[in-house]
Write a protein that binds this ligand. Structure first.
Ligand code: GUN
Ligand code: FE
Length: 423
């Protein structure tokens, strides 16, 4: 961790509707904290090392609220199926390979290297059911300098015998062993409880996971209301629940004492959205995944109107790429089709709102993260868009918009996570 000053074209999100641009300003980092953005350098910081980024863009780091590390190996493959067939055909066979620690090391090293080079500074990650491979992934992410929550997945039903855990007792025992080993071990990498989704976990396992949640004080992540077939199945599996979200709530895994992320929420109705809002649940909006496996498009502006905390996610390998710039673009495009074809009551996303989701929106899961407000954790990227040539003059804002639409991680010139410079 270092204290430093960067000068450049500084852009961050002020609120859901407002991208803030401060040209030729100074960004001050002391230890891991942002001291603010200044037009002239305050006297007390004059002794800190200053790097002039020239005309480059300086933006906050981005948060990926939902990504599957073991699925990175088959990103961009097998996207012509819907969720349940896609899981059985592509996902479960691949995830079973992580029983082999050598395979896990190769695959997770590639995943971590890509994530380190990307716009992502913080992530909430699914691993697999395997404890040794999940712990290895945590070690690799810790070494990378990124900040993350990582989940050992729980699944003890409705999956192939070569992957699922043999019993509730075995699943709970392995989860406890993993939590005891990793809960206090890393500076940047923390465990998060990760029941795959309701169809993968028996009722008694879900109750026992809620007990572990309380005992270890860890957050929870899962999938919610992603696909119509899945939702119908959950209705059969938990007939007493008012809706899918209410099923998680009944088991003690939605709302409550520790934070919670639910991915997708494409089909959440008003009652389910109310449950999410009242529980302070974060929605991980995963637009590319929702298109690739034909799930649908979530009403993101409705989530925001209701005050449900919402961020962006790549959901690799439902999504094909780890880039949150691409996720921003997909979110805007999907929202326009939803508005045009389905529902004019929810307006499409603007660039400002997509940028908010990728930075401040998702960052809030990690605390004061995702903007250059004084006191926020200092996560930042420097973008060099010099290769995106243009004959006409462009404003800083236009340059940022284009850099996002043309998203290319090779244009990330520097990256700082929680005050630590990665490159
Ligand atoms: N629902 C349960 N498991 C998964 C998964 O791996 N990916 C997605 N997109 N949805 C899921
Ligand atoms: Fe997912």
């Amino acid at each position: 961790m270092a204290s430093f000053i960067w000068k450049g074209q500084i852009c961050d999100s002020q609120d859901r509707n407002t991208l803030r641009v401060r040209e030729n300003h100074y960004l001050v980092c002391v230890e891991d904290r942002c001291m603010g953005v200044f037009p002239t350098l305050p006297e007390q910081y004059r002794a800190l090392p200053l790097e002039d980024m020239g005309d480059r863009l300086i933006i906050p780091g981005m948060t990926d609220l939902h990504i599957h590390a073991p699925q990175f190996s088959f990103r961009g493959l097998g996207m012509d199926m819907e969720l349940l067939d896609w899981l059985n055909t592509h996902t479960f066979p691949e995830e079973s390979k992580y029983r082999d620690l050598d395979y896990a090391r190769r695959a997770y090293s590639q995943f971590t290297a890509h994530l380190r080079r990307s716009e992502t500074t913080r992530a909430c990650v699914f691993a697999t059911v395997h404890v040794p491979a999940t712990t290895l992934l945590m070690e690799l992410l810790e070494e990378s300098g990124l900040v993350s929550y990582v989940g050992k997945v729980n699944m003890n039903r409705n999956g192939p015998l070569y992957l699922i855990e043999p019993s509730t007792i075995a699943s709970v025992r392995e989860t406890r062993r993993w939590l005891e080993d990793t809960a206090g071990r890393f500076a940047r990498t923390k465990p998060i409880l990760t029941p795959r989704f309701i169809p993968s976990c028996t009722d008694d396992l879900l109750y026992r996971l809620a007990d572990l949640r309380a005992e270890f004080g860890v957050p929870v992540q899962s999938h919610l209301s992603e696909n119509l077939g899945e939702i119908a199945w959950v209705r059969e599996l938990v007939p007493t629940a008012q809706n899918y979200g209410d099923a998680y709530r009944k088991f003690g895994l939605l709302g409550g004492e520790t934070p919670c992320i639910m991915a997708h929420c494409v089909y959440s109705d008003e009652a389910e959205m109310e449950l999410l809002r009242d529980g302070g649940v974060f929605i991980a909006h995963s637009p590319e995944s929702n298109m690739n496996i034909a799930s649908g498009v979530a009403p993101v502006n409705r989530f925001l109107d209701l005050g449900i905390p919402t961020g962006l996610a790549t959901d690799v390998a439902g999504g094909s790429h780890e880039s949150l710039f691409r996720a921003m673009t997909h979110a805007i495009q999907a929202s326009k089709l939803r508005w045009r074809l389905l529902d004019q009551s929810v307006p499409p996303l603007t660039f400002d709102t997509a940028f908010y989701l990728a930075t401040r929106g998702g960052g809030a899961f990690f605390g004061d993260v995702g903007a250059f407000d004084p006191g926020f954790a200092l996560d930042a990227l420097v973008l060099d868009d010099g290769n995106l040539d243009h004959p006409q003059p462009l404003s800083v804002r236009e340059r940022l918009e284009r850099a996002a639409y043309l998203g290319d991680e090779r244009n990330i010139y520097a990256k700082v996570v929680n005050g630590l410079r990665l490159f």
